[in-house]
Ligand binder design. Structure first.
Ligand code: SF4
Length: 266
């Protein structure tokens, strides 16, 4: 079982140089998204527990701070091999990360589905400077097709979770919409999505698409023209392809970005 808990810094298309924090073993999530570039979910669960030892994560963060003392990352980003909010000590680890990296932006990338079920998460995330949740569907049917959630998780709960996040988190929220051509980009679906997004009123809306190999081979990347059309309709911006954002100052390995599509180094 792969258990790497801190990785990078890597180059993130949206965040610049970013030290990644992973809190769960490969691959633990409450969703099994068809586009996930991290691979099929092996442990589809809603249970919050201490998946990776909190002490180990914090000690590894301290080592990273020492290693990077002359060239610190721009941000510390909780993402990784699954859903970080499933870790029962997310709040404590994030507080420690803020103490260890006080100058760096603390970022949480999450599928955004668990805030209604676990309300204490709304307290735990207050230490973050930025939260990047996802919304890929306008209705239950599309949610089931695209995100393939745990049996007891509905689209209504996902929406409620995002609304609670918006109410309780007053700092930046960048909502990510992953476009799966032919499924969530139909006029009807986009109309529904737009309604939900307007109610959530995130600071930014990021339109994402396939950049690496997906879990389901049938998922394809839309053309730039199609993506731009979706972005215009939803009032968002397209995340540039990894190929177009390569930073010559960083090695290829660092350019491998686990965050934008929430996949991780293999
Ligand atoms: S994309 Fe994110 S939420 Fe979806 S299965 Fe992968 S890790 Fe889970």
């Amino acid at each position: 079982m792969r258990k790497q808990c801190v990785f990078g810094p890597i180059f993130s298309r949206r965040l610049g140089s970013s030290l990644g924090v992973n809190l769960v073993p490969y691959k633990t999530c409450n969703l099994d998204c068809v586009y996930c570039e991290c691979g099929k979910t092996l442990n589809l669960t809603l249970e919050r527990k201490e998946y990776l030892p909190s002490d180990l994560v914090i000690a590894t963060l301290k080592e990273a701070a020492w290693r990077l003392r002359d060239n610190p990352p721009q941000c510390v980003t909780f993402a990784g091999w699954g859903e970080p909010t499933l870790h029962v000590h997310l709040g404590d680890i994030a507080e420690a990360a803020k103490r260890i990296f006080p100058q760096e932006r603390l970022v949480l990338i999450t599928n955004g589905t668990l805030f209604a079920r676990y309300r204490n998460l709304l307290e735990e995330i207050q230490v973050f400077d930025l939260v990047i949740p996802s919304l890929d569907a306008g209705c239950e049917t599309t949610f089931q097709v695209v995100n393939r959630p745990h049996l007891s998780l509905s689209f209504a709960e996902h929406l409620e979770s995002l609304h609670l996040l918006r109410q309780h988190f007053t700092k930046d929220i960048w909502l990510e919409v992953f476009v799966v051509p032919g499924v969530n980009d139909t006029p009807k679906e986009l109309q529904e999505l737009k309604k939900h997004i307007q109610k959530l009123s995130p600071e930014r809306i990021h339109i994402n698409s396939l950049d690496r190999r997906p879990t389901c081979e049938w998922v394809k990347a839309p053309s730039q023209k199609e993506l731009q059309k979706v972005a215009r309709f939803l009032g968002g911006e397209v995340i540039p392809s990894l190929q177009k954002t390569r930073n010559p100052g960083l090695s290829l390995r660092r350019q491998y970005d686990p965050h934008e599509s929430r996949s991780t180094p293999q």
